[in-house]
Design a protein around this ligand. Structure first.
Ligand SMILES: C=C1C[C@]23C[C@H]1CC[C@H]2[C@@]12CCC[C@@](C)(C(=O)O1)[C@H]2[C@@H]3C(=O)O
Ligand SMILES: O=C(O)CCC(=O)C(=O)O
Ligand SMILES: [Fe+2]
Length: 335
């Protein structure tokens, strides 16, 4: 993304979305509402995780076990990549769906103040175009990803234990499967100085829910992430570069028959500092049926029609970011 290089790239002349600064937003540090913090090394982790997934579909994790070195190596490689000239970066694009993308998100007209790399976790894409030293990039991405996948597995096992589900790998086996359809994304939101002068916020990444099972997000110390609360207000999440933020995805909402909430979230661009985030989206194999676990139904009917991850993913790619994608798959209760 080139900022202010020519008149037409000025923020005000493009089709971005804005939201008023005057909208009610709460800061997570305020006493009324704060995001749960789970210490993965403590015995109460499973109870806190279940509660957070029910109330928010979102929580913060400390003592996560991912070495800071793996994180900072990836961060510095990613910053190096995003600081290349646009023409260099575009050699790794367009994202179809994998590769380098700028401003456009998905195939259906969504735009944001963001550039990104979308990678699959199976290394099938062409790394040879990723920056100046693609082998190094690949190696750093792979070691980061295996640490984060391990944490995803640990969290999903705690979820199963907390929900008293047997076997305890009922969820985690889906992301650990060799066929798991997981995705990895690095987002870069350049600082947008024009913003500081306006009474509005610029959308970096529009509101949406993540379709997969679980998302593990780590960012630098720049703010921007917000989650939507039950009353529709937005809660700003203070950044914390040494912690991870975990989202419940649509698939986990379905597998828990609506007990867990897939959280709506968005990112606002920052007027002063650039934001770099990396997100691992843990997904099931394509052929996997996404349905409530029998032990969570307690004799009740499924709230959802039967579908496979393949079907859900296809429908996802036909949707806009803000759409309620699960809506099509809800079962209308017989009256
Ligand atoms: C408009 C879009 C863009 C989508 C697909 C569709 C709706 C949901 C978006 C996401 C959101 C979560 C990560 C991602 C990788 C995913 O699986 O769903 C995104 C994907 C993309 O950025 O390509
Ligand atoms: O970049 C971020 O901080 C979050 C972006 C996001 O929600 C996504 O890529 O799905
Ligand atoms: Fe997301």
């Amino acid at each position: 993304m080139v900022l202010l290089s020519k008149a037409s790239s000025s923020v005000s002349s493009e089709q971005y979305s804005y939201t008023s600064n005057c909208m009610p937003t709460t800061f997570s540090s305020s006493s009324s509402s704060s995001v749960p913090i789970v210490d993965l090394s403590k015995p109460d982790a499973k109870t806190l995780i279940v509660k957070a997934c029910e109330e928010f579909g979102f929580f913060k994790v400390i003592n996560h076990g991912v070495p800071m070195e793996a994180i900072s190596q990836l961060e510095s490689e990613a910053f190096k990549f995003f600081s290349l000239p646009l023409t260099e970066k575009e050699k790794a694009g367009p994202p179809n769906p994998f590769g380098y993308g700028s401003k456009r998100i998905g195939p259906n007209g969504d735009v944001g103040w963001v550039e990104y790399l979308l990678l699959n976790t199976k290394q099938e894409h062409n790394f040879s175009v990723l920056g100046k030293n693609p082998e190094k990039f690949r190696c750093i991405v792979n070691s980061y990803m295996s640490c984060v996948r391990k944490m995803a597995c640990e969290i999903l096992e705690l979820v199963a234990e907390g929900l008293k589900i047997q076997p305890k790998n009922a969820f985690s086996k889906l992301v650990m499967d060799k066929q798991s359809d997981s995705v990895f994304r690095v987002n870069h939101y350049p600082a947008c100085p024009e913003l500081a002068m306006k009474g509005e916020n610029l959308i970096g990444f529009g509101e949406h829910t993540d379709p997969q099972i679980i998302s593990l997000l780590r960012s630098n110390n720049t703010s921007g992430l917000q989650i939507s609360l039950r009353d529709g207000s937005w809660l700003s999440i203070p950044p914390d570069h040494s912690s991870f933020f975990i989202n419940v995805g649509d698939s986990l909402q379905v597998m828990t028959n609506g007990r867990f909430r897939s959280v709506r979230h968005r990112v606002l661009a920052n007027g002063v500092k650039s934001r770099l985030s990396m997100i691992y989206f843990g997904g099931p194999p394509l052929s996997e049926k996404i349905a409530p676990l029998p032990s969570l139904m307690k004799g009740k009917e499924s709230l959802y029609k039967e579908f496979t991850w393949f079907e859900y993913k296809n429908s996802t790619y036909g949707s806009r970011l803000a759409d309620n994608r699960l809506g099509h798959f809800e079962r209308i209760a017989a009256s």
